[in-house]
Write a protein that binds this ligand. Sequence first.
Ligand SMILES: [Zn+2]
Length: 240
Amino acid sequence: MKSIKEQLLQLVDLQKIDLKIYSTKKEMEKMPNELKKLKEEFEPRLQSYEEKQKELKSKEVSHLEMESEIKGKEAHLKQLQGKLSQVKNAKELNAIDAEINATKKSISEMEDEGLKTIDQIDNLKKELKEEEQIIEAEKKNIAELETKIAEKENINKKELETLTKERDKLASKIDPQILSDYEYIARNKEGVGIVGVKNGVCTGCYMSLPPQTVHDIRKGMEIFHCQFCSRVLFYPEWEN
Ligand SMILES: [Zn+2]
């Protein structure tokens, strides 16, 4: 059976491995969140792009409809102009004249409207082109991050396997009671279950310990816990 002092030092080594395992796992949890955040930020931009695309489609359709309406009105105008040579009296002439003028006015209004629509279509196309570039860059970013995460995850998985093997090997040498005591505290203290005593102070919570306790801890004959933070205490000078 190993001495308490030896077992506590093994516990310190075990904790070093545990902290590596702890931070590796933390990192593995964090990276997919970064990706999620990036994708969430990207979503509204993509939506606005799609909405603009729809707007462009509908403007193009209404422009085509207007053009065909103008063609119809132009044909009608020609008919009216043809009738002019067949008018029989002034009243008829006036009526046709009035209709010709009204049709011309309507065509001219529609042409103005058509020019406005063409401007809007051009602007939308320009905006869409600019946004396409931003979206492409953003997609590239996301893809790169995905690759990076996948690579890092592989590395971390292998690292975890190695660390876990090392840990199991070391843990098997420590008294199960001491081990489970440490594990219980570590779980509740961000992975730090055993800490050194330095200048009479617990380096886990930085509270001063009674001199007699410090004296007893130094002897390394039994397990002591910090009376303030409950962590297992050891004497760092043993490591030398
Ligand atoms: Zn403490």
